[in-house]
Design a protein around this ligand. Structure first.
Ligand code: 13P
Ligand code: SF4
Length: 318
């Protein structure tokens, strides 16, 4: 079969599956929440797309739906559960884990807290719930600076993302940021180097270069703007500029392209792909709607203790 015909066939199959999903969604009174890094075909069937903070806020407002299908990684679905312990929160595949979130096990955080009893504890929302329950508050890439300012402590235990912690330390010189663990990171954003920026500046001299705060600080400094994925979308929609180089996961470009027409967007690194975000195929989403599985749940004690930190973050972000 010619390649062009194969693509046509895949597209028709996708749209039939998408129709089936939309029908099932109505029948089940379900809502599909999806992160900005989901592939195009998933973005197309989502009721709500957003960054981690926007998804958290949306999850706190779901009252009229019985079933939540969460197309993102594990910690995002867990946060939706923490905010809605009485609802059915389903993730199309449990394999969709964020490796960074697992870089800070509970015992490592407890040991750091023992060593620094005077420190406030801020965890990136990209963390496991067992660690979240010991945090004073949480943050996302959209509100990390604001949340850190909100704590009275001079000394802050911050984890698991060292680059986001360094971003905060660079903005708030009066705070002492202690990274826990010492080298937590996102493997996708770590692939981006200063040389990539130099190359794109030569290739697209008129483009503004934007990156995510999960990139190394030297990369952040070499870019023009640093922001969360939701921030990127708003910034580009409001900008008079036409060309942008996007330094984050490649499907962020899919999201911006579909909502902000007339802009020229180029990836800072074509290989910046979050593999686990791509595990939610249309087939798995359809099956998860039919079976209402796999469910995301947490022990009630862990969920209750973590809820305080999530709610503090949401309060500060208003
Ligand atoms: P955002 O909250 O900016 O979407 O980031 C989430 C994430 O996991 C980035 O890698
Ligand atoms: Fe985790 Fe990085 Fe994927 Fe974001 S892009 S979900 S931080 S692995």
């Amino acid at each position: 079969m010619k390649l062009e015909n194969l693509f046509k066939k895949v597209k028709i199959m996708n749209s039939a599956l998408q129709d089936e999903i939309l029908k099932l969604k109505e029948e089940k009174n379900a809502i599909i929440l999806a992160h900005n890094y989901q592939p195009k075909e998933v973005q197309e069937i989502a009721d709500f797309l957003g960054d981690s903070l926007e998804l958290c806020i949306k999850a706190s407002e779901i009252e009229d739906k019985d079933l939540v299908i969460f197309c993102g990684v594990d910690f995002m679905a867990e946060t939706a559960f923490i905010l809605n312990p009485d609802k059915k929160i389903v993730i199309p595949t449990l394999e969709a884990e964020c490796p960074m979130a697992h870089m800070l096990p509970e015992d490592v955080l407890l040991k750091a807290k023992e060593e620094h009893p005077d420190a406030g504890v801020i965890l990136y929302v990209n963390s496991i719930a067992e660690a979240k329950q010991h945090a004073d508050t949480l943050c996302t890439s959209a509100n990390a600076v604001k949340v850190t300012e909100s704590l009275p402590h001079k000394k802050i235990l911050f984890g698991p993302d060292k680059n986001l912690g360094t971003h905060v330390a660079d903005k708030l010189k009066d705070k002492e940021i202690i990274h826990v663990p010492s080298d937590g990171h996102c493997y996708v954003h770590r692939l981006i180097h200063v040389e990539d920026i130099e190359l794109k500046r030569k290739e697209y001299p008129n483009a503004e270069i934007i990156c995510h705060p999960e990139c190394k600080l030297e990369v952040q400094k070499a870019c023009d703007v640093v922001m969360s994925t939701g921030g990127m979308l708003r910034h580009i929609a409001e900008s008079d500029k036409e060309e942008f180089v996007i330094g984050t996961e490649i499907d962020m470009i899919t999201r911006i392209n579909s909502e902000v027409p007339g802009k020229k967007l180029y990836p800072l690194l074509e290989g910046a792909i979050c593999n686990t975000m791509k595990l939610h195929t249309l087939e798995k989403i359809r099956d998860s709607l039919i079976n209402e599985e796999p469910r995301v749940t947490l022990p009630s004690e862990v969920a209750d203790k973590s809820r305080k930190a999530v709610e503090h973050m949401l309060e500060v972000s208003k």
